[in-house]
Design a protein around this ligand. Structure first.
Ligand code: MG
Length: 262
């Protein structure tokens, strides 16, 4: 009897204390909200690094310049060795059948600026007209194609993430003009233990300043035949495709975005 009375009393006290602690913490939270001063939600560290933004088509001061109009020293052939593509008048052009090229440096997450132009002599149709491509980390193709007045499958036209996502709009200029891609790329993450994909990659693209890919989730590697696949990888190059058409490129720069796990 005594024991039961005692345990009941203890239980009641514990219960009351718990109720008191919960209500008082809620009251404290409410009070806290009410007590906020503007400076309570302001911070000063870390200070974002100060950079000089690019003016008149110049890269920002913290960019790695991959092509400044003079030489292809930052690039190598995908087949190995020197790049065979030719530089002239501040741009370079695919030399068909010599193979693709890729940057010597490799990158994780990044912002990429690249300008390209379809061949001045219009030849071919669909996938055969001004085809090249920008392979993000060497594996995921952002399509380069003369899609100004030429039809093909929509997830293969210019600005598509090839065979995955068509562009939101066709922002092409006529072939005589230079096209601009600005790409924001978040690399996929893979398990160090078994190579399984932990988080897919994401791509945002602006074409001539117009949003055409809005943070789309990569489905895997670019495949011409069949479905995309995930293959574990680390940092990778920017690669440009030789699809047999003399597409030109200029003004290429990249800003690698640091991430804690890279
Ligand atoms: Mg292509």
């Amino acid at each position: 009897m005594y024991k039961s009375f005692y345990s009941k009393t203890v239980s009641a006290i514990v219960f009351l204390l718990a109720v008191f602690s919960i209500t008082s913490s809620i009251a404290q939270e409410l009070l806290k909200e009410g007590d906020y001063k503007p400076e309570d939600t302001e911070f000063y560290e870390p200070l974002p690094p100060k950079i000089k933004p690019g003016e008149n088509d110049q890269p920002p001061s913290d960019a790695v310049v991959l092509f400044d109009g003079t030489d292809l020293s930052q690039w190598e052939s995908e087949k190995g060795g020197e790049v065979q593509w030719e530089v002239q008048d501040g741009y370079f052009t695919v030399k068909p059948q010599t193979g693709g090229i890729k940057t010597k440096e490799i990158f994780g997450d990044f912002q990429l600026h690249i300008e390209w132009r379809s061949p001045q002599e219009i030849q071919g149709e669909g996938q055969g007209r001004g085809n090249s491509g920008i392979f993000l980390q060497g594996l995921y193709e952002l399509q380069v194609l003369d899609s100004y007045e030429s039809e093909t499958y929509t997830n293969g036209q210019a600005g598509s993430i090839y065979k995955q996502y068509p562009p939101l709009v066709n922002a092409m200029k006529p072939p005589a003009e230079w096209e601009v891609y600005d790409v924001i790329y978040t690399a996929p993450k893979f398990s160090e233990k078994n190579g399984a994909m932990l988080e897919p990659g994401y791509v945002t693209v602006l074409h001539n300043g117009v949003l055409i890919q809005n943070h789309v989730q990569l489905q895997g590697t670019t495949e011409y035949i069949g479905t995309p696949k995930w293959i574990a990888h680390g940092k990778g190059p920017i690669a440009l495709q030789d699809h047999g058409n003399p597409v030109s490129f200029r003004n290429i720069w990249i800003r690698e975005l640091t991430r804690d796990d890279q």
